[in-house]
Design a binder for this molecule. Structure first.
Ligand code: CDT
Length: 327
């Protein structure tokens, strides 16, 4: 049986602050129609794909913040996306800001869902690695307040049996952390779907700015190879409300090779036929985890949050806070 999934990675150009949900949904639907014409099974949209990337602004009034969040999925505004995808027989992955009522309180997550070809939500992931800061830092050219507006995801890194394969999700900053992919790799993941909003400029470390594109590909290509999985990385790109964001939407094979790459910073669909069995030879050889991993020697990874210098080591600048890290 063929295990080829045809994937559409649906890059978005900027979303303006005053763009309505319905206007954005129209753009997403245009992507769906192109994807159908190009034979896709699954369309992957970026992180927070329904609004502008609002963590760039400091807001204090919770009502101002909450207007960027979805209280239900689908809602009146997002239902047309679900309806059109089902009509076309397309699955999709969508990132959005989720306002949930759980454990007797209101909670805010940076979320992605996987919707099957029948329009059912078959997978949900809530972003775990939240970058940025939680207090207003006026010295920055723009804010990155994900730590203020979201709490870390509480669903782990699940892998879903869907579309004939094993599919996982992560979101933006998660892609930089090897643990993200390895936890899914240990569940036999075959395809990781991820959307991102990555400003070109990182105010605390401007020396990284020239490397944004390189780091984007570096982390996704190495993770694909090391976990023998497809990785589909999808940008919201271009100059959004005065903040340039990287593009570089790409589909990466389990070989680590990019098989499709966006060439614009606008709405652009890239497509690849992805054989879910392509990772098999890696899973059976160099990355046969059961045969070659030595988890006893990896204890430090789960026993400490920050670095723990060797006992008796001469202090180094990178050891800052390391005492508190020791459990
Ligand atoms: N959205 C998101 O996670 N963006 C981050 C920016 C890092 S700089 C604070 C990223 O890792 O791309």
């Amino acid at each position: 049986m063929s295990r080829i999934l045809t994937i559409g990675a649906a890059q978005l150009g900027p979303i303006a602050l005053d763009e309505t949900r319905s206007q954005v949904v129209e753009r997403l639907i245009a992507h769906l129609r192109t994807a159908k014409d190009r034979g896709c099974d699954l369309v992957v949209f970026p992180e927070l794909a329904l609004t502008t990337f609002f963590p760039r602004w400091f807001m204090q009034d919770q009502a101002d913040i909450d207007r960027f969040f979805e209280t239900e999925m689908p809602s009146a505004q997002t239902r047309p996306l679900f309806d059109e995808a089902r009509r076309l027989g397309l699955a999709f992955c969508l990132g959005y800001a989720e306002l949930a009522h759980e454990d007797g309180r209101t909670r805010h997550f940076n979320t992605a869902i996987l919707v099957d070809k029948q329009g059912a939500i078959v997978g949900k992931y809530r972003k775990i690695h939240l970058p940025g800061h939680d207090a207003h830092e006026p010295w920055r050219a723009f804010q990155h307040l994900e730590k203020r507006y979201f709490e870390p995801g509480n669903l782990g890194f699940p892998v879903f049996e869907a579309l004939g394969g094993r599919i996982g999700m992560c979101i933006c900053n998660d892609r930089r952390w090897p643990e993200t992919y390895r936890v899914m790799g240990l569940q036999g993941v075959e395809m990781v779907l991820l959307g991102y909003n990555t400003p070109v400029h990182n105010p605390p470390a401007p020396e990284h700015d020239r490397l944004g594109w390189f780091h984007n590909s570096l982390v996704m290509q190495s993770a694909a190879y090391q976990n023998a999985t497809w990785v589909v990385g999808v940008a919201k790109a271009g100059n959004e409300e005065g903040v340039p964001m990287i593009a570089g939407t790409q589909i990466v094979a389990p070989t680590g090779e990019q098989v499709a790459l966006a060439v614009t910073e606008e709405d652009e669909l890239i497509v690849a036929d992805c054989d879910l069995d392509l990772g098999l030879s890696y899973k059976r050889s160099v990355f046969d985890f059961a045969r070659h991993r030595e988890p006893e020697t990896y204890r430090l990874i789960v026993e400490t949050k920050g670095p723990v210098p060797p006992r008796g080591a001469i202090p180094m600048p990178s050891d800052k806070n390391s005492k508190e890290n020791r459990r």
